[in-house]
Every structure is written in structure tokens, then in C-alpha cells.
Design a protein around this ligand. Structure first.
Ligand code: S3P
Length: 439
């Protein structure tokens, strides 16, 4: 495993675009694979997670051809058209691959197995197993963890045909999660009757926005999201272009908010309001942030974000805000480490991400000389004293690599980040983009 070395920087300045959004990419590739006909997707996420979804789909008989850098053409296999895989499908480090794929495999009438790397095999899967089982799927697991074995819908499932043997249901996920919501809605396409997900709090709605691009209707009434089973997906009529990943944009936004004299513009970013919670948090921490919507791509608002160093203010992020910035909490913490106090609560979900992001973040920040305190459901960062730099272990978690790097930019001395290869999970060009912005 490689380490990454970060040197203190005076400021970050410039304009850049970031790779395609990871969440939207997974959904476009998966829905294209389920559809009748050929779909073209451009500006796909370059991260390892989306490559993993593509590999799994190829093992299910889907022809996916590279048509350019980060562009693919997908020959959809149509209604329940996946072929039985000859070996376990490896979701590697990708929770989105495993949970979304679970929704689809639950409906297919063959045996299949989803495995993952050590990190993914530790993550909770009962949250998708439970609703899919209630719909009539048979899924064996290692006490709610991967490997997940799909035995196809039960032969005695009350639904019968023309669906995939599943029956529609109404489900309230116990935690706000777009992955659970999406797994249930995808399975609902193959179920008899209606399937409704009731959300306790709004989560990213990329599945709901993507479905109509494939001729699927999805009805949204407040917190209730409903699909009717038996709908056949059709290939996207025009090439789909994935907007830039706001989670990657947030890294540069946090860097600009950390270093006096900084100003960064990130163009072509998905400005979906359910992904831009970090913008509001950065403003509260004292940064000047403007968001300008320029277009709509595939039902997603797209535009630019400009972040200029402002001043240092203290902030508190509470439970209600968490689903809208869960993946950005590590870089927001890094921004706080440069002169502010940030308290995060109601974010226990961080403990079941690619790592236990509360324990590992606090340990890494402390190793870099930041005053950080762990709480059961969050953490407190007190950044009034400058970080020293040092050596921090990202424990194979891409979001921690980037957060430690931002701390390192504002530190007194050099920072070495161990287990940094994982940055490629969502942002392989992270180091190259960093060097472009450093002054
Ligand atoms: C994702 C949903 C979120 C997020 C993850 C991507 C998605 O996870 O943290 O990085 O693409 O649906 P949860 O559904 O577990 O909250």
C-alpha cells in the first residue's frame, strides 16, 4: 500500500472540473444494463467503485464497451435478462454496488453470490436483506453481513408472475439511506403491485431522477416514493452525461476554506440539493461560497461552485443535516482543523462506512496534531491551534485520505498518509488535481 506525502501550502487557487459523480454513475450503468437496447454514458466516474459495478454486470452477461475516456456503451439485457454468473460477484469496497445490485439479484430466478473486500464484509447488510426478504426473496448471509447468497425469489412467493416472483411492499428504512431506498425501488420494478419507500429523512434522490430517463415512472409524494411493478426499462434515448461529483468538489471547497488567500472554482458539478449540504456547512464555518446553476443534465441541476476563504467561525452539525453531507463530514472536519471548532452529532452512520469514520478520523487527526475528540455519534474538532503534520493512517478509506491531505495543507510540517491507494475508490486523479491548485 502506498503512502501519500503532503507539504504545507500557502493557498489553493484556480478552476477545475472533477470526475463524474459516483452515485449517479452506478445508477446509469445499472439501469442501462436492465433496459432493452443500447445506452451511451459519458463522463462516468473514473473511480474503482463504478468499475466494480461494471465488472459485476459483465459477469451477469451485460456487454459494456468503453467508447472513450470515461465513456461507455451498455447493451442492456432487458427484463430479467441477466445470465447466471459462474462465480461470486465481487463488489470489492463498494457498498453502493452491493446494495443496489442486491435489489436486482433478489428478483432474478437464479443463484448468485455477492462478496466484498474486508471492509465491505464488515458493513451491515440486514438493512437490505430485511425488505427484500419481506418482498419474497431468499437471501442467505453471514449474520447480516456479506457474502450474500441469492437463491432467487421463493417458488411459493405469493406474487407469482408476471413479476420476478416478488411482492410489492411499503418499507420505512430504519436509517435514512439512499442505498436501501434504491435497492427496494429496483426490486419493486420486478414485484407485483406497488412498492413504496417511506423516508424518515430525505436522502439523495438520484435513482428517482434517473428512472424516467429509462422510461420508468417513479411517483414522489413528500417522503413517499413509489414504483409500480412490471415496468420495463428502455435504453436512454440520448447519451447520458454524468455531472461532476459534488463529494469530490467538496474536497477543494474545504481546502479553499482552510487556507487564507484561497479561491477555487469547480465547474460542471451536480448541484442536487440533497448532495450540497456541505455548502451550507462551509458558509457557517466562515467560507464565502456561491453556487450557480447553469444547466440540467438527466434531471440533475448542474453548475459551478466558487469558494473563497472568508473567516473562521465555529459550527455545529446535527442529525437532521447529516444525510445531506454524510460523505463530506471528513473534509468539513479538515476545514475545521484550520482554525475553527466543529461539533458533529447524530452521525453514528459514519461508523459503518468504508471504515469506522469516527474512530479512524479522530485517530488520524490526533496523529497530525489536531485536537479531536470522539463521541458515540460524532466528534468535536478544535482547530484553534495549528496542526503539526505527521503520519496518519487512512485505514484504506478514500474519504479519510482526502481529509488528512487537507489537514496537511494547513499544517506546520509535512504529512504522510498511509494506506492512501484507496483514494482511487472515488477520485483517482486527486493528487494531480491537488498539484494543479497549490500555490
Ligand atoms: C450512496 C448513499 C450513501 C453514501 C454513499 C453513496 C448512494 O450511503 O454514503 O457514499 O450512492 O446511494 P447510505 O445509503 O448508506 O447512506
Amino acid at each position: 500500500m502506498h503512502s501519500m506525502t503532503i507539504f504545507p501550502a500557502r493557498a489553493v487557487r484556480g478552476s477545475l472540473s472533477v470526475p463524474g459523480d459516483k452515485s449517479i454513475s452506478h445508477r446509469y450503468v445499472l439501469l442501462s444494463a436492465l433496459a432493452d437496447g443500447q445506452s451511451a454514458i459519458e463522463h462516468l466516474s473514473t473511480g474503482a467503485d463504478v468499475a466494480t459495478t461494471i465488472k459485476c454486470l459483465r459477469s451477469l452477461g451485460v456487454e459494456i464497451t468503453s467508447t472513450g475516456p470515461s465513456a461507455v456503451s451498455v447493451a442492456g439485457r432487458g427484463w430479467l435478462g441477466f445470465l447466471p454468473p459462474t462465480s461470486p460477484l465481487d463488489a470489492e469496497n463498494s457498498g453502493t454496488t452491493m446494495r443496489l445490485m442486491a435489489g436486482v439479484l433478489a428478483a432474478h430466478p437464479f443463484h448468485s453470490t455477492l462478496v466484498g473486500d474486508e471492509s465491505l464484509q464488515r458493513r451491515p447488510m440486514r438493512r437490505v436483506i430485511d425488505p427484500l426478504t419481506a418482498m419474497g426473496a431468499t437471501i442467505a448471509s453471514d449474520d447480516g453481513r456479506a457474502p450474500l447468497h441469492f437463491i432467487g425469489p421463493r417458488p411459493d412467493a405469493p406474487g407469482g408472475r408476471p413479476g420476478g416472483g416478488l411482492t410489492g411492499l411499503e418499507w420505512t428504512p430504519p436509517v435514512p439511506s439512499a442505498q436501501i431506498k434504491s435497492a427496494v425501488l429496483l426490486a419493486g420494478l420486478y414485484a407485483t403491485g406497488e412498492t413504496t419507500v417511506v423516508e424518515l429523512a430525505p436522502t439523495r434522490d438520484h435513482t428517482e431522477r434517473a428512472m424516467p430517463l429509462f422510461g420508468l415512472s417513479c411517483d414522489i409524494r413528500g417522503s413517499r416514493i413509489r414504483v409500480v411493478g412490471g415496468q420495463r426499462a428502455t435504453a436512454a434515448a440520448a447519451p447520458l452525461c454524468v455531472p461532476g461529483d459534488p463529494s469530490s468538489a467538496a474536497v477543494w471547497a474545504a481546502a479553499a476554506a482552510s487556507l487564507p488567500g484561497s479561491s477555487v472554482q469547480i465547474t460542471g458539478v451536480a448541484l442536487n440539493p440533497l448532495r450540497c449540504g456541505f455548502v451550507h456547512a462551509l458558509r457557517r464555518l466562515g467560507a464565502e461560497v456561491t453556487m450557480t446553476q447553469e444547466s440540467v443534465e438527466g434531471g440533475e441541476p448542474v453548475g459551478s461552485i466558487v469558494v473563497t476563504y472568508g473567516d473562521c467561525r465555529d459550527a455545529h452539525i446535527e442529525a437532521a443535516e447529516v444525510p445531506g453531507l454524510i460523505d463530506e463530514l471528513p473534509v468539513l472536519a479538515a476545514c475545521a482543523a484550520a482554525g475553527r471548532r466543529l461539533e458533529v452529532s447524530g452521525a453514528a452512520e459514519l461508523r459503518v462506512k468504508e471504515s469506522d469514520r469516527i474512530t479512524a478520523l479522530v485517530a488520524g487527526f490526533r496523529a497530525l496534531g489536531v485536537d479531536a475528540v470522539e463521541r458515540p455519534d460524532g466528534f468535536v474538532i478544535d482547530g484553534r491551534a495549528q496542526a503539526s503534520g505527521g503520519r496518519a493512517d487512512a485505514v484504506g478509506d478514500h474519504r479519510l485520505v482526502m481529509a488528512f491531505a487537507i489537514v496537511g495543507l494547513a499544517a506546520r510540517g509535512q504529512t504522510v498518509i498511509d494506506s492512501a491507494d484507496s483514494v482511487a475508490v472515488s477520485y483517482p486523479s486527486f493528487e494531480a488535481d491537488l498539484h494543479q491548485l497549490i500555490t
